[in-house]
Design a protein around this ligand. Structure first.
Ligand code: ADP
Length: 603
């Protein structure tokens, strides 16, 4: 590939990268804005759905209370005690058999004004009998108010409503005929609701129905008395010390219409028509305590409902929940964009590598052809001269024969190397293994390089430390690896005039390794090439420029052979001073030595 086309290719790659980065950044910015808008919309949706769920919850709660009061509404104004008692018993039995929340009614009483006194009768919840009794403690406010109504005096208005722990009383007036046949209050049924039942059954039931996710609740819920927010009536997480009332996402009023002292229902004489003992139907009130423009703090629930039910999402707030999912979405989007960039980066890297590899292979083909052409040309010329009888002198014939032999050996060597490389690539590096003495191995490798060493005129200094352990491996493969290093030292380090070959146990005796060093004092390997010389087909710039014979396969084979034996090969080079290849190979294990010492076991 020409230099111009290379440059164009690299410029195009960079333009592609820049366009991609700009695209990713734009996409990231658009996603950021879009995720923000989606989060705001999601927050509003959640808030809206929470409000309507709370509204339905409040309606259901109030409906349950209305159902409990409806049991004893209607005509109970009879003066016949037996008739009244049987009516109460019938209604109680009907309530018990039909209501899902029969436990909601704790106590029922009848109050009848007789001869200036208010006669209090308790309904026995077991037998259904109306039994005369004293007014229960805590009902005195209600008694005072009913007395005031009977006497026709003004009802004292209690400031701030009933005490938070006052009994939950529903007073249902019954009407008889007074002077001039006008309807007048002739008695009352008082229903006391069970606060404990509400906390343990009714409220949890309604919460699961309206806010539950399966059988779990994603909200911390608190019910407090409106006139005393510190009095917690119900807490879904008693262990959670954060106050849902103070950090509510939304709230709703319960007990709309009011109950108990101060809330005696008006009768038909006030012109409302009918018994008039139903709590007024009004929609529940709620308000988001965190609405825009509102300071943080307890939510304002309007003025409806004796109790306030407040909910706070377990994530801290709906806002925090939405923020969590916004951050998650941003992280995922950012991750995807980064992944895209990384994938493109990796793709470019792979492309560049495969480009480089194909370049190297082209160079390899060129250098192998070159390597083959020279000996072939020599062989062709020599054989032509011989066959054309141009050479008759026996000495010359012998010289030509030797030349042909030498060049054929070169050809064989190149072919062997290519073959070995293809075997090594297929994982066939080691054929047979045996314990080998390093000294002998080095001797054979030096002998195999004798020609190159002679041509380089280098002095060879070989030392093998006494006590160097045997190694265990394929002698042919290992010899090939070492002769490659020695021949390279002669080929590339000839200018130094010296080749050092040494072997001995590795510095760390515990490692049980043998270290073999092949050094030269030639021009060395530049830093920029040191990382690539072990790659297949790679040839150094000087090797190519000076047309030094080679295929670029030698060091890649060395590395494969050494690694197949469980060893490593590294290079150190101080150009002009010392270039040193260090091969480290495991010493032969004792059991292998024993096995080879005993020929019976070896078989
Ligand atoms: P080849 O010798 O066929 O080029 P190798 O794989 O044996 O292939 O070596 C790869 C490259 O490493 C060589 O082209 C050369 O640039 C460099 N090299 C190897 N040994 C030496 C050395 N002793 N001194 C300097 N350069 C070396």
């Amino acid at each position: 590939m020409s230099v111009d086309s290379n440059r164009r290719h690299s410029l195009l790659s960079w333009v592609f990268v820049v366009v991609l980065v700009v695209l990713c950044a734009t996409l990231g910015a658009i996603q950021y804005v879009w995720i923000g808008q989606v989060s705001r919309a999601e927050h509003e949706r959640l808030q809206g759905s929470l409000r309507s769920n709370l509204q339905r919850l409040s309606e259901d709660f109030n409906a349950e209370i209305r159902a409990a009061s409806a049991v004893f509404s209607g005509d109970l104004s009879t003066t016949d005690d037996m008739e009244r008692e049987s009516e109460y018993a019938t209604r109680l039995a009907r309530w018990r058999s039909t209501s899902r929340n029969a436990g909601l009614i704790r106590r029922v009483a009848s109050v009848i004004p007789e001869k200036g006194n208010l006669v209090f009768r308790n309904l026995d919840m077991e037998s259904g009998a109306l039994v005369k009794a004293e007014w229960p403690a805590g009902w005195s406010d209600l008694r005072d108010r009913i007395t005031a109504r009977v006497q026709g005096v003004a009802v004292r208005q209690e400031f701030g409503g009933p005490a938070p722990d006052a009994p939950l009383l529903i007073d249902i007036p019954h009407f008889g005929r007074g002077e001039f046949d006008s309807p007048r209050e002739s008695g009352w049924t008082i229903v006391e609701l069970d606060r404990d039942y509400m906390g343990s059954n009714l409220i949890p039931q309604l919460l699961l129905r309206h806010l539950g996710d399966g059988d779990k609740l994603d909200y911390h819920v608190e019910v407090v008395a409106r006139n005393s927010p510190d009095t917690v009536i119900y807490d879904s997480d008693p262990g959670n010390h954060s106050r849902a009332t103070l950090h509510a996402d939304a709230s709703v009023g319960l007990f709309e219409g009011g109950f108990g002292p101060g809330f005696i229902r008006r009768g038909p004489e006030r012109g409302r028509g009918g018994p008039g003992n139903r709590p007024p139907r009004r929609g529940p009130s709620f308000e988001n305590g965190r609405g825009p423009g509102r300071p943080p703090g307890p939510p304002n629930n309007g003025d409806r409902g004796r109790w306030i039910l407040s909910v706070q999402h377990r994530a801290g707030s709906l806002e925090a929940l939405v923020e969590q999912s916004r951050v998650r979405n941003l992280a995922i989007t950012g991750g995807i964009l980064l992944l895209t960039l990384a994938a493109v980066g990796a793709l470019m890297q792979f492309t560049r590598r495969s480009h480089r590899l194909s370049e190297l292979q082209m160079e390899f083909v060129a250098s192998v052809s070159h390597e083959l052409r020279t000996p072939l040309a020599v062989i062709r010329t020599a054989s032509h001269n011989l066959s054309a009888r141009l050479i008759n002198n026996p000495n010359q014939v012998q010289r030509y024969g030797a030349l042909i032999e030498e060049q054929s050996e070169k050809l064989t060597d190149i072919m062997d190397r290519v073959l070995l490389f293809s075997n090594a690539k297929a994982g066939r590096v080691i054929h047979s293994q045996e314990p080998i003495g390093v000294d002998l191995l080095l001797e054979e490798a030096v002998a195999a390089c004798a020609k190159q060493i002679e041509e380089s005129r280098c002095v060879v200094e070989k030392t093998v430390a006494p006590g160097t352990p045997l190694i265990f491996g394929d002698p042919t493969a290992l010899k090939h690896a070492l002769l490659n290093l020695i021949c390279n030292a002669a080929k590339y380090g000839a200018a130094g005039g010296w080749i050092g070959i040494s072997a001995g146990p590795a510095a760390d005796p515990k490692s049980a390794m043998v270290e073999i060093r092949v050094s030269d004092r030639g021009p060395g390997i530049p830093d920029s090439e040191r990382g690539q010389i072990f790659d297949a087909f790679y040839r150094g710039k000087v090797a190519v420029a000076d047309q030094i014979h080679g295929t670029g396969l030698g060091l890649s084979l060395v590395k494969r052979i050494v690694q197949a034996h469980g060893g490593t090969v590294v290079v150190r080079s101080e150009p002009g001073k010392l270039t040193e290849f260090v091969v480290t190979i495991p010493a032969a294990p004792a059991e292998k030595l024993n096995e080879f010492a005993d020929p019976v076991n070896r078989g």
